[in-house]
Design a protein around this ligand. Structure first.
Ligand SMILES: Cc1cc2nc3c(=O)[nH]c(=O)nc-3n(C[C@H](O)[C@H](O)[C@H](O)COP(=O)(O)OP(=O)(O)OC[C@H]3O[C@@H](n4cnc5c(N)ncnc54)[C@H](O)[C@@H]3O)c2cc1C
Length: 255
């Protein structure tokens, strides 16, 4: 294989949140640059025809680091994810050098409302960590207010991001985090929001101080959530050009 457009990565660790959900931490030889919110094309060498087996994954870590983080769901009979879960620490992965995508902060708007199912929080984590770092380094004058609504069936599927984003929201005034769980009967200790992410979005829109005319909305993850959330946003007065999406897959019915 011609590897000139790829970087070799080493798997540092996999942090499991359930049998199907994990963070993969990998190391590149050089710091990796991109715009927060973008996705990398990540994969393995395919023994059969010597071509890599590649899929897009949003980068959850901020740019400019040698360690990269990906929040990944293992898909039933998924060709790449089955193989990713079989990897041992120290295994080799490949990543296309160009990290791409338009799912990045929209500079036209002051406020940023971000909605995700499970792994769809990845791009927002990168964006939020990047802003936090810029504020701490004094390279950004004024913080951009951000609200992340993050849904999963059970709270442990929100991963380490539940604690990280909850703590950050307690610490700074420019960030709010609203996690929600749609199967609370399977998670009896959960005392946060319950219901599907789009239902909680509706509540957040009613309660939020964000001016709808000056807010960009972002929807990421499951295609059905994206469709539902965008309907809610439009009915709340969001114009099409203020609504952004990153669909992680297409449902068999074509959604
Ligand atoms: C821009 C972009 C960014 C992405 N970022 C992430 C990310 O950060 N984390 C992540 O886990 N995935 C992400 N994905 C999805 C990822 O690229 C793969 O599609 C997924 O990991 C399945 O790959 P696979 O080879 O195991 O399955 P495949 O063999 O390629 O697919 C098997 C089937 O499963 C469907 N499928 C794919 N993903 C899901 C899912 N989550 N739930 C149900 N069915 C699914 C496919 O449409 C296909 O029909 C992203 C996709 C896009 C387009």
């Amino acid at each position: 294989m011609d590897t000139s457009q790829y970087s070799r990565l080493t798997l540092l660790e996999r942090i499991d949140f359930s049998e199907e959900l994990a963070v993969f931490r990998v190391r590149a030889d050089e710091p990796v640059d991109f715009t927060p919110g973008q996705y990398a094309t990540l994969g393995l060498m395919n023994d059969d025809d010597d071509r890599p087996l590649l899929r897009p994954y949003s980068v959850a870590s901020p740019p400019g680091e040698t360690e990269l983080e990906f929040f990944i769901e293992r898909v039933d009979e998924g060709v790449l994810t089955e193989k990713l879960w079989a990897l041992e620490q120290g295994a080799e992965l490949w990543m296309r050098d160009k990290i791409v995508g338009r799912f990045t902060l929209d500079p036209e708007f002051r406020y940023h409302l971000m909605v995700a199912t499970v792994t769809g929080v990845g791009p927002y984590v990168s964006i939020v960590r990047d802003q936090l770092r810029a504020l701490r380094a004094d390279t950004l004058d004024a913080p951009r207010p951000m609200l992340v609504v993050h849904g999963a069936s059970r709270s442990w599927e929100l991963g380490t991001y539940l604690d990280e984003l909850t703590s950050l929201a307690d610490e700074v005034d420019w960030f709010e985090y609203v996690p929600t769980v749609s199967r609370p009967w399977e998670d009896p200790d959960w005392d946060g929001e319950v219901g599907r992410v789009e239902d909680v979005l509706r509540k957040c829109l009613d309660a939020s101080s964000f001016d709808p005319g000056d807010t960009a909305a972002y929807t990421c993850g499951h295609p059905q959530m994206i469709e539902n959330a965008q309907g809610i946003l439009r009915r709340a007065g969001f114009e099409d050009d203020a609504i952004h999406e990153e669909k992680y897959f297409v449902e068999p019915n074509g959604t």
